[in-house]
Design a protein around this ligand. Structure first.
Ligand SMILES: [Zn+2]
Length: 193
C-alpha cells in the first residue's frame, strides 16, 4: 500500500507498475488502525475511499483517505470533530482561544484543519467549555483569583518547611540537596577547599 498526496486528475500513474491506471476505489469494511494519546485503536470503516491501480491492484491512500480515517477515529473515540471545535471558538480569535485554553495558536489551527487530533483530556475540557458559560468567566480571571481560600490553606502549613520563619540557608540545603557535596580533593598543598 502506498500513499499519494497530490490532487491531480485521474487516472494517475501507478508507482508500482508505472501504468497510468490508478482510479478512485472503495475498500469495503476496512479494518483501520490508528494511534491516539499513545494508544492503538482498531475500528471498522464501512467504505474507505482510496485510489487503486486497475492493472496491478496496488492500493494508494490519498489525502481524503487520511481525512476519512482521522474522522472515523474521532467518531470512534467520541471526540469533537474539527468543525465542532471551530464552531465552539465562535467569534474569538485563535490567539484568544489558545490563551484561554493554555495552548498554542498553532495547536488550535491544527485541530480546526484536522491535521492534529486533540487529546482526550483536552476534548473533555472543550466540552465543559461548550456547556458551561461560567468556565470562560473563570478562565478570564487573573491567575490564582479563582482558587478558593480553602485550597490555599490546605497546602500552606507543611508544604515548604524550609521557608518557615526564621529562614536559614542550612534548612534550605537540607531539603533541596539531592547529591552530597563533593569530597575534599587532596593536593600537594593539603586539602583543597
Ligand atoms: Zn499498478
Amino acid at each position: 500500500m502506498m500513499r499519494e498526496q497530490t490532487a491531480k486528475p485521474f487516472p494517475w500513474r501507478c508507482p508500482k507498475c508505472l501504468k497510468r491506471a490508478v482510479q478512485p476505489n472503495v475498500l469495503p469494511e476496512y479494518q483501520a488502525k490508528a494511534k491516539h494519546d499513545g494508544r492503538l485503536h482498531e475500528f471498522t470503516i464501512p467504505a474507505l475511499q482510496v485510489a487503486r491501480c486497475q492493472a496491478c491492484g496496488e492500493v494508494l491512500f490519498t489525502n481524503e483517505t487520511d481525512e476519512q480515517i482521522s474522522r472515523a477515529l474521532r467518531e470512534n473515540l467520541g471526540l469533537l470533530q474539527p468543525e465542532q471545535i471551530r464552531a465552539l471558538r465562535a467569534e474569538r480569535t485563535q490567539q484568544d482561544f489558545a490563551d484561554l485554553l493554555g495552548t498554542a495558536t498553532e495547536t488550535i489551527s491544527r485541530w480546526e484543519t484536522g491535521v492534529v487530533i486533540q487529546s482526550r483530556s483536552m476534548d473533555k475540557f472543550l466540552r465543559i467549555f461548550m456547556t458551561l458559560p461560567e468556565a470562560e468567566e473563570t478562565l478570564r480571571q487573573p491567575r490564582g483569583a479563582s482558587v478558593p481560600n480553602e485550597w490555599a490553606k490546605a497546602v500552606s502549613p507543611n508544604a515548604l518547611p524550609a521557608f518557615q520563619a526564621p529562614f536559614s540557608w542550612d534548612a534550605m540545603f537540607e531539603v533541596s540537596y539531592e547529591t552530597p557535596p563533593p569530597a575534599p580533593v587532596e593536593t600537594p598543598y593539603g586539602l583543597a577547599a
